[in-house]
Design a protein around this ligand. Sequence first.
Ligand code: FMN
Length: 140
Amino acid sequence: MIYCLCYISKKSESLDVEGVRSIVSTSQKNNDAKEITGVLVEYKSDFLQYLEGDPVEIYKLFNKIKSDERHYDVNLLQYSPLENPLFSGWAMVYRDLDRLDSVDRDKYNQCIETIEVINEKRSFWKGIKAIEILSNLIDD
Ligand SMILES: Cc1cc2nc3c(=O)[nH]c(=O)nc-3n(C[C@H](O)[C@H](O)[C@H](O)COP(=O)(O)O)c2cc1C
């Protein structure tokens, strides 16, 4: 049985583009070794991350990520069993929703709106909604 885990957090002020690049490359390497897949989304001051894989492995990873000083205010949105992985074969997809061209901006708009609702209304269940929307755009 695989599980998914989703959280939203705030980026640390000191984190720059290089810093995020380094997180993504470490994540791809480590997650690949642990058969963890998922996506890291950057939008304004937020990270939205979704992980899927062995329940113990992804929870252990979440605990490590939670104490990482490159972000703060980490809020767990979801940790639950999953029938079918959404990001099979993708150790860690990365999307920066602040740097989309206008075509992509239209494509990702629904996902962006969903992240904004999470922030405004603390509607945590919307986390998975945003991820599902995103997973449908990945193969395009
Ligand atoms: C927003 C964010 C997302 C991260 N995602 C992952 C991830 O998916 N996989 C991973 O191995 N590390 C991830 N990390 C990095 C971990 O916190 C940690 O630095 C890294 O796993 C190296 O740990 P180690 O020194 O114990 O090997 C993330 C860090 C941040 C700030």
